[in-house]
Design a protein around this ligand. Structure first.
Ligand code: GLU
Length: 298
């Protein structure tokens, strides 16, 4: 399989300029290294009807093109189930009956890193599990043998973060993102993952899981987020931040694309122009505050 990069939006609403900037970067990283570029819709959770079509339309409008068809996670349940069975057969999973509140209130295990699952259900007896199953359905957690792992990132260098007994399948039956992303990236031959740096802390978990499943760990590049005027992560409520909002005040998709490219120190115009001079080493390492594009044109 030839190597590939990807963009993997969650269809929970329209993409804003921060998401579009990350998509442009993922495209540039892939195309500048001769990779294919794939589109995967991460619709296991929080999907809103119509959002996928809007997102794909907006990506195409700024020139983010992809190879082949769109892959949807909701079509891939058997693949995720097979991976969980494989881990379970190797003794690498356990059932967890904790509510969020119970986890918050549990005393953390000695030396356990902040935010790690305290291990409450790790060593339940068969009889205890049997009794708990009558109260509520179980989530499935990974039985991790480590408490942290390191990954290499093109922009962040070596990054070490927590690996706990994280959830693989929620107790409502939905496959957890951390499992799905590992299975999909491997099954799709993705060897380069470019995404927002809010996901860097999840990356050691994903790389550890990939190694347990004998799947290759991709190259990672976690790119800076776009912020609002208050220095917080950009959100839909921050004014005209989607292509539709910006079109309503007179700005074309091409103008938005060019503003995003300029924020990266890259020439405007079709992305093919930017790819010719793209150099990850020259990228800004700081988050970018979205300056807006001004009001309606005269
Ligand atoms: N679906 C995730 C998001 O939209 C991205 C996951 C990824 O790129 O690994 O935030």
């Amino acid at each position: 399989m030839t190597s590939a990069g990807r963009f993997a939006p969650s269809p929970s609403g329209e993409l804003h300029v921060g998401n579009l900037r990350t998509a442009i970067l993922a495209w540039l990283f892939a195309r500048s290294t001769g990779r294919r570029f794939l589109m995967r819709v991460e619709d296991l959770d929080r999907a809103r009807a119509g959002a996928e079509a809007e997102q794909l339309r907006d990506l195409a409008a700024i020139g983010v093109t992809w190879d082949g068809g769109v892959v949807r996670q909701t079509d891939r349940g058997p693949l995720y189930a097979e991976a969980i069975s494989r881990l379970s057969a190797a003794g690498l999973t356990y059932e967890c009956f904790c509510t969020r509140r119970e986890i918050q209130e549990a005393p953390s295990a000695p030396h356990a890193p902040q935010g790690a699952y305290p291990g409450t259900c790790r060593d339940l007896s068969a009889a205890e599990r049997e009794a708990k199953r009558t109260v509520r359905p179980a989530a499935v957690r990974l039985r991790s043998a480590v408490t942290e792992a390191s990954v290499q990132d093109v922009l962040h260098g070596s990054y070490t973060g927590v690996v706990d007994d994280f959830v693989l399948r929620r107790n409502d039956g939905v496959t957890a993102y951390n499992l799905a992303v590992v299975i999909d990236d491997s099954a799709q031959g993705i060897d380069q993952v470019v995404r927002g740096d809010d996901l860097l802390p999840s990356t050691p978990r994903q790389a550890y899981l990939a190694s347990l499943l004998n799947m290759p760990v991709p190259e990672y590049a976690h790119v800076p987020l776009v912020l609002n005027a208050d220095g917080a992560r950009l959100a839909k409520r921050d004014g005209a931040v989607t292509l539709a909002d910006l079109a309503a005040v007179g700005h074309s998709a091409m103008e938005v694309r060019d503003a995003l490219l300029a924020s990266l120190g890259l020439p405007g115009g079709p992305l093919e122009h930017a790819v010719a001079v793209f150099d990850p080493g020259m990228l800004p390492r700081e988050p970018w505050a979205w300056p807006g594009l001004g009001g309606p044109h005269a």
